[in-house]
Design a protein around this ligand. Structure first.
Ligand SMILES: Nc1ccn([C@@H]2O[C@H](COP(=O)(O)OP(=O)(O)OP(=O)(O)O)[C@@H](O)[C@H]2O)c(=O)n1
Ligand SMILES: C[C@](O)(CO)[C@H](O)COP(=O)(O)O
Length: 287
């Protein structure tokens, strides 16, 4: 996998301090070969980036077992608004988005519709049936993609309401250049493997946590879903990787957290306040 940073797509991001405790010095002066490599030519380079041809899928059909609430966790209020509405608003900001599909369980669909009446979005939303696993929900949504308009599919967890606009732009750009790109964040902290009564340190230098959006050329992700034979996958990129397609990692903000456990909501509230205050010309309004 190649790695892109949002600020400089062709520079590999630094993943914390060097693993070795011994400091090393370069053994030669920098020369011309150290300059940033010319960006590789890609079959996707000709794509018009101003095109409105990305279909966004928001899987929202989970049961929220770890969140331990009787309602779908994406209905939980964040700054007074259902968290999935925050998510959808952020994705709607991109002018490249041509379609927005939400996958939700049939019993939850009336609530999604009520929310849309109360907090309208700037573009129409299609709601399709979710399935038993996230995979099933996304597969149902892929079947509803408008193939006359969409050339790309961006899959983003409805439960990730804080994805920064800049990260969305970066991963869209990277996908257009390579065919498949996902946001990801380098692992922080020491990583241990539990081997029973003992543990072993894990070299974390090339370990990344997969985030969303995960963005793919329409044909690639459709083929990946068609060819999937039921082995366990926790994200969409895993199936594209399994087909032998390269998936680009784009460094994204760790603030793009997935609401998984009840405490995540308080963290998200605090991050959202910070994002609002950090925004240039902030009026104090929530996003
Ligand atoms: N059958 C499923 C399972 C999950 N999701 C969605 O996929 C995203 C990420 O899943 P996760 O955080 O695991 O959500 P849940 O499955 O709801 O949570 P849990 O695993 O704790 O039950 C969420 O937006 C969730 O609604 C989905 O659309 N359909
Ligand atoms: C798709 C995903 O959000 C990428 O990080 C993640 O893999 C979902 O995993 P989970 O096991 O349902 O938390």
């Amino acid at each position: 996998m190649q790695t892109l940073s949002p600020t400089n797509a062709w520079q590999r991001p630094t993943i914390g301090p060097p693993y070795s405790p011994i400091e090393t010095m370069p053994d030669r002066a920098p020369d011309a070969s150290d300059e940033r490599p010319e960006r590789p030519k890609s079959e996707f380079d000709a794509t018009d980036r101003s095109q409105r041809d990305i279909c966004v899928i928001l899987p929202a059909g989970g049961s929220g077992r770890r969140f331990a609430s009787s309602d779908n966790k994406v209905f939980a209020a964040l700054a007074g608004i259902p968290l999935w509405i925050h998510t959808a608003r952020r994705l709607c900001r991109s002018s490249q988005v041509c379609q927005l599909i939400v996958a939700a369980s049939p019993t939850d669909q009336p609530t999604f519709r009520q929310h849309l009446e109360h907090w309208p979005l700037p573009r129409p939303v299609e709601i399709v049936d979710g399935g038993r696993e996230r995979f099933d929900s996304v597969r149902n949504a892929i079947a509803a993609v408008d193939t006359g308009t969409a050339n790309w599919i961006a899959i983003h967890d409805a439960a990730r309401p804080l994805v920064p606009t800049a990260d969305i732009d970066s991963v869209f750009r990277a996908a257009r250049e390579t065919g498949a790109a996902i946001l990801a964040s380098p692992l922080a902290g020491s990583i241990k493997r539990d081997i029973g009564q003992d543990c072993r340190n894990v070299d974390r230098r090339d370990l990344w946590m997969a985030l969303t959006p995960q963005v793919f050329k329409l044909d690639w992700i459709r083929e990946a879903y068609q060819r999937h034979r039921g082995y366990p996958v926790t994200d969409d990129a895993a199936m594209v990787e399994a087909m032998g397609r390269p998936v680009q990692l784009v460094q994204g903000s760790p603030a793009n957290l997935k609401i998984t456990y009840p405490d995540d909501l308080a963290v998200a509230e605090a991050l959202m306040r910070a994002q609002t205050h950090d925004a240039p010309n902030s009026s104090g309004a929530t996003h």
